[in-house]
Design a binder for this molecule. Structure first.
Ligand SMILES: [Zn+2]
Length: 474
């Protein structure tokens, strides 16, 4: 499903830095953490954490720069590549990166944090979010009543919820708003996840990726807004999104649920159009994510070479075998079926949701059984932001091991996003680290109770005594 694209038709230039690893100043983040730990011991109110303390392009944006080493200790750490669970784990962080895991000699540090009875995991990745919006009573008129500022303010709030839920990277489909959100996070101006943005979604005239349901002339657009018909317009649309910040192309291969157009699974782009899109994106080193519910559209998208099928509601054996052969990821977005507010939907849309969501679950079960590659993605925004980790439990309930479920949001999602600098706790990786209570291999539900989040070496959440010591003032 798609939500925010219909509200993000305006265009504005923006540079791209979402892929650039943030080298946040470790000592600042940890100095804040140290103050908080001291406060916890003394019972005093913690000082506001040093949020505005990161650097961009090697230059500090705020405050002084202090070199420093952080040592994180925990009862357990999961190596998601090997599946090994290390006890008495130690991770050394410096200059935004992991510099050592369980070293023979732990360096001396003024910032040595023992997180206790938790398991350290790589920061989670959600490959399908809409941080600019959240479904509600006015969602279907927002496109003609709200401004971009509304979505920008939403994105700041929902981004903070998302990163504090342990999701340190998202692939977001939400126009200029989440292109700029990613920039602000990389600068260290706000607390949020790293963003791989699509900018505007690319779809046919009157299709799921366009604003529909209004009179002629209202919120209509062309390739710049992402409305494109025929291979050459599609190529133009791809080029324009990339010019203005897209690091992934999102398209609607079929009709969808949260829009006013026809049968939910109907194919909307031809194989020829999809192929032109994938080939043009590939010339820029960029992948295509295809929203697709019906079999014909899914098959065409997979044949065209998209990197992922979003939702994948009606899968056939032929499609699943081709996805396995080509390494096409399924991004299930299945938790939303439990959480979507059906009462907020117009009757036409509600009928489509009630038709397709149960079918989507059946296809996901078959895909898991058959071994289709799965990358974690939720469609957050269609249900409340911050609940992303609920998706893990659905996969495990369908027979995926807890380890493999964690891999969907770490190594597999990192592979899909083309970001090999994250998704694994190892030397040289970004210091994007979360901690969950207990052992997630015994109980995947602990992923919904993240106790600690570090983003590029900055502590952005640390629950002590049931209270997030980094939420003060936010
Ligand atoms: Zn979506």
């Amino acid at each position: 499903m798609r939500f925010s694209a219909r509200v993000s038709g305006t265009v504005a230039a923006s540079a791209v830095s979402a892929y650039v690893p943030s080298r946040a100043c470790v000592s600042h983040a940890v100095r804040g953490a140290t103050v908080i730990l001291a406060a916890a011991l003394t019972g005093a109110a913690p000082a506001p954490p040093g949020y505005l303390l990161a650097q961009e392009g090697g230059h500090m944006m705020h405050g002084d720069h202090h070199e420093g080493v952080t040592v994180l200790r925990a009862a357990r750490m999961l190596d998601v590549v090997t599946g090994e669970l290390h006890t008495d784990a130690v991770i050394v962080v410096e200059d935004g990166l992991i510099t050592a895991v369980n070293p023979a000699t732990v360096p001396h540090s003024m910032h040595d944090m023992d997180l206790g009875d938790v398991t350290l995991l790589p920061g989670f990745i959600d490959a399908h979010t809409h941080l600019g919006s959240e479904i509600g009573a006015t969602s279907f008129t927002d496109a003609v009543t709200r401004t971009e500022a509304y979505y920008a303010i939403n994105a700041v709030r929902f981004g903070a919820l998302t990163v504090r839920a342990g999701f340190t990277t998202v692939r977001d489909f939400g126009g200029d708003v989440t292109v700029e959100l990613g920039h602000a996070v990389e600068r260290g101006d706000i607390v949020g996840p790293r963003v791989i943005p699509s900018r505007n979604l690319i779809g046919i005239t009157g299709g799921h990726c366009e604003v529909t349901g209004f009179a002629p002339g209202i919120r209509e657009g062309g390739p710049e807004e992402g409305v494109a018909d025929g291979p050459w317009e599609v190529v133009e649309a791809v080029r324009y999104q990339i010019k203005h910040g897209a690091k992934v192309i999102k398209t609607c291969a079929t009709a969808g649920v949260l829009s006013m157009e026809g049968p939910v699974g109907a194919q909307q782009y031809s194989l020829e159009e999809l192929t032109a899109m994938v080939e043009e994106a590939a010339r820029h080193g960029i992948k295509v994510a295809a929203h697709a519910h019906g079999s014909e559209g899914i098959l065409a998208a997979v044949q065209a070479g998209v990197a992922s099928i979003e939702h994948g509601s009606i899968l056939t054996d032929e499609i699943m075998d081709l996805m396995i052969e080509k390494g096409t990821y399924l991004v299930p977005t299945t938790y939303l079926a439990d959480r979507i507010d059906l009462d907020a939907l117009p009757a036409l849309v509600r009928a489509k949701a009630e038709q397709i969501l149960p079918v989507m679950r059946v296809s996901l079960q078959r895909a898991i059984d058959r071994g289709v590659p799965v990358a974690f993605g939720t469609d957050a925004g269609v249900f409340p932001h911050g609940e992303n980790a609920g998706e893990f439990g659905i996969y495990v309930g369908m027979g995926m091991s807890e380890l493999d479920a964690l891999r969907t949001a770490t190594i597999h999602a990192a592979d899909l996003l083309g970001t090999p600098d994250r998704g694994h706790l190892a030397e040289g990786m970004l210091a994007d680290i979360v901690a969950v209570p207990g052992n997630p291999l015994d109980d995947i539900a602990v992923t919904q109770d993240v106790q600690f989040v570090m983003l590029g070496g900055r502590v952005v959440k640390h629950v002590v005594g049931g209270r997030d010591m980094h939420s003060a003032g936010h």
